[in-house]
Write a protein that binds this ligand. Structure first.
Ligand code: NDP
Ligand code: 2IT
Length: 449
């Protein structure tokens, strides 16, 4: 890992001590603090009044019991979370994750990242994140509905159009948002469309929200490749995961003339040298809610499935980790570099381990950090809030155009900040400093909050 400025060391020590055992949160804070040394040398006022300590401390953390009844009639208990991290720029905003690995440290890392990501969009949204250790795999629609309803029975007290606006993340998509919105509406007797984003188009959702994260990451990487006078055209790409982000990253890569040769899920990965058949992946994942292993069985000749292993063993020009945190390790980075990777774009949140990121940067690989590259999802959520507030609904083209502009602006702001701070091409530094300064400016203006 890079070193942290000595003035920031005590802040990190306090975070580690006060949040014992929360490894992912430690990792996320460490990464941001690594970038801030240069800021406080230039602008020492940002270290005044414990501003950085306050940014590392969530404004509010809610943990609650979620009891629900499964299809056999047995009572199940899960734990629900909502961490309202920072509301300097707007209502808390960020997704809900349903996955058995969820714990408070994971939600805090995600909420911390979200705060800077949302600042990068330039839209008026603060940072938050939530979820549950509920495992949706193998559950019936009715079980999912009962779980979502019980989850909302508690969550509804803490959210609202002007308070906190959740959306999807791993394990939470349109189906879950629909069940939660229905329960919120019933509990509050309000048609408050702007309380959740990622809604269906029939009840206040935004066009292009489903596609936004994957499309946005691809726009970002396309622009980053442009700084080396190239683009996706003809490039071999590997995208990990096969969920919402991965599917729409693949779709946009294909429209730019790239070739996606592999994708994955948590059991293994598929390779198809002819190019992944995206319609088949959508059918397996979005309709049947099946496993990626079915791809090779259904596609047959030319494709193969590898159980376990690492999708990063597949040689590529562009890698887009789009599954989960710490899925691309130092070992994977070495393999990718050896195989000639030229760019890495994080579709997921913190998918590359710190040693992987440093290896890419040392090798001169273009590297787009998640908090900048995957901001298109939350940006389009903010556009959904705008449409809800004005009781309007925009065309796909208009929404996608706004998304593309936002992603280009984020790219250019990160690149300009990296230049300003003497680290040209370092998008990690650029994203962290740009996001931090926007949040810090608003907090300073509001006094000690
Ligand atoms: P989905 O639930 O739609 O898909 C997640 C994909 O990642 C699945 O293929 C899943 O495989 C795989 N995956 C999940 N957990 C693990 C794990 N522990 N190990 C290996 N593979 C895993 O989620 P999304 O596509 O929405 O989210 C993917 C990433 O993108 C997350 O990091 C999320 O935080 C981030 N993100 C999402 C945004 C959004 O708008 N949805 C916005 C910005 C970032 P399996 O089915 O086997 O679990
Ligand atoms: O990590 C993320 O940015 C998301 N899961 C999307 C959050 C949102 O509010 O749309």
């Amino acid at each position: 890992m890079n070193s942290i400025d000595e003035k920031l060391q005590p802040i990190l020590s306090t975070v580690l001590h006060r949040n014992a055992g929360e490894e992912e949160f430690h990792q996320a804070v460490h990464e941001v603090l690594e970038s801030l040394g240069r800021v406080i040398s230039k602008h020492p006022e940002y270290a005044d009044e414990a501003l950085i300590e306050r940014i590392c401390e969530p404004e509010r953390q809610i943990i609650f019991r979620v009891p629900w009844i499964d299809d056999r009639g047995d009572v199940q208990i899960n734990r629900g979370f909502r961490v309202q991290f920072n509301s300097a720029l707007g209502p808390y905003k960020g997704g809900l994750r349903f996955h058995p690995s969820v714990n408070v440290g994971i939600i805090k890392f995600l909420g911390f990242e979200q705060t800077f990501k949302n600042a990068l969009t330039g839209l008026p949204i603060g940072g938050g994140k939530g979820g549950s250790d509920f495992d949706p795999k193998g559950r019936s629609d009715r079980e999912i509905m009962r779980f979502c309803q019980s989850f909302m029975i508690e969550l509804h007290r803490h959210i609202g159009e002007y308070i906190d606006v959740p959306a999807g993340d791993i394990g939470v998509g349109g189906r879950e948002i629909g069940y939660m919105f229905g329960m919120y509406k019933r509990l509050t007797n309000r048609y408050e469309a702007g309380v959740l984003t990622g809604k269906g188009l029939s009840y206040g959702g935004s066009r292009a929200r489903t596609e936004a994260t994957g499309f946005g990451t691809t726009y970002f990487v396309q622009r980053m490749l442009g700084t080396r006078d190239t683009g996706f055209e003809g490039k071999r790409c590997v995208v990990s995961g096969s969920g919402n982000v991965a599917i729409y990253a693949m779709e946009k890569i294909l429209s730019y003339g790239g070739i996606v040769v592999a994708c994955s899920d948590s059991d293994g990965y598929v390779v198809d040298e002819a190019g992944i058949d995206l319609a088949l992946v959508k059918e397996i994942k979005e309709i049947r809610r099946g496993r990626i292993s079915e791809y090779a069985r259904l596609k047959g000749e030319g494709s193969h499935y590898i159980k376990g292993g690492s999708v990063w063993d597949v040689p590529c020009d562009v890698a887009m980790p789009s599954a989960t945190q710490n899925e691309l390790t130092g070992t994977d980075a070495r393999t990718l570099i050896k195989n000639g990777v030229i760019a890495v774009g994080e579709g997921a949140n913190m998918p590359c381990t710190p040693d992987a990121v440093h290896l890419f940067q040392k090798a001169g690989v273009l590297f787009a950090p998640g908090k900048a590259a995957n901001a298109g999802g939350v940006a389009t959520s903010a556009l959904e809030m705008q449409q809800n507030a004005s009781r309007d609904s925009w065309s796909f083209e208009k929404t996608e155009e706004r998304l593309a502009t936002i992603m280009h602006n984020i790219h250019d702001a990160c690149a300009a900040t990296a230049d300003e701070y003497g680290a040209p091409g370092n998008y990690v530094l650029g994203a962290n400093i740009t996001g931090f300064v926007r949040v810090a400016e608003a907090m300073r203006a509001m006094g000690v909050i």
